[in-house]
Design a protein around this ligand. Sequence first.
Ligand code: AMP
Length: 417
Amino acid sequence: MEKIPGIRGTKDILPNTIDQWHFLFDNFNKISNQFGYSELRTPIFEKTEVFHRSIGEQTDIVNKEMYTFTDKGGESITLRPEETAALVRSVIQNSLLHENNILRLWYFGPYFRYERPQKGRLRQFHQYGAELIGSPNPEADAESIQLAVALAKSVGITDYKLLLNSLGNDASRQKYRAELVNYLEQNKNSLSFESQNRMMTNPLRVLDSKDEGDIELLKNAPVILDSLDSDSITHFNLLTSILNDVGIGYEISNQLVRGLDYYSHSVFEFRSTMLGSQDSFGGGGRYDGLFTQLGGKETPAVGFAFGLERILLILEAAQKLPLFEKNVDFFVVIQNSEYLNFANKVMQILRNKGYSVISELSRRSFKAQMRDANKSNAKFACIIGESEFNNNKIAVKNLATSEQKEIPFNEITNLNL
Ligand code: AMP
């Protein structure tokens, strides 16, 4: 029979790397708790409408990248391409804001986008993210960024660029959009084909263009910060002053708009030079309009997501991944299959005491089993040979020092290593 490969752009997380994922999860769990955030898990699929209404019809995600299918009941379902929309759906549905006026939530899990796979870009990838819901104030934006910085630091990432911009409130954004479209229209013939299309559908995204000609042209485009009204400026100034006070470095980037429709006020992105062309390992911003788009009442919110494969790539390139050694306490060597019942009683006692225990299952020779024990990284071999079996005892050999002692069966419960 032919072998069946996994789906392009997906990766198995093998036993030799799973500890890296636990490392990320454990650290992020700890830091999230320090900031008073609770974990929330939503299903991996949602009604397609959740993403259509929130992310925006004219974004790459909705246009080209969603895994959408019709289920057997005829409903259009989508594998989640990001969390924020699904999480907001859940907060509304479960009335989580009835009991609290501020919600602090985090999530960790797989997301799905039909993108062209390359280094740091997968079709199933993982994100950690955090959302701070209920505050319109810039101190909430600052908290979100402070949490992101603390999370990165907790796993050893301190060398990156934090880009920051403000899209302002609705009124400022509309004003800017008109100015930008005006500028782009004047220069339409010099724009790339893709940007000419985007200019009509989602003009702010033209600022994201990677085309060299577009980049040159955009150098003289109107700047969004110049279009902000006084409320939006006050919001942005307080955010930057908090970041200054707590010593978080950032760079203001006029071009940063991020892909999704729902952002307003602050947007930010974390970039690393360790990643090659896919250099963003996280990003977020404020999304005050999203709740109403999903049928909730008007609720301000801000949040961000980290791409976890990219965080691991950075740590690997910087040689900052901790070494994870796995070793069991006991490797049980059983000289003769007639001793199996006795051996299993011994193993049960050891496991009940909390030790980790594995045994040889191939019934190989005593010598081969001892070799396996030495190779297994176990701390001790528990040897059940002929004399041990006949005398109702076990031999415990320290595999590092070769020191060996004998322990009668009824004293195993008192064993203290
Ligand atoms: P976004 O939801 O697009 O703002 O993405 C947030 C972060 O998720 C990015 O900065 C990346 O680190 C990561 N990410 C997004 N798309 C992918 C992908 N296809 N493969 C791997 N990581 C991704």
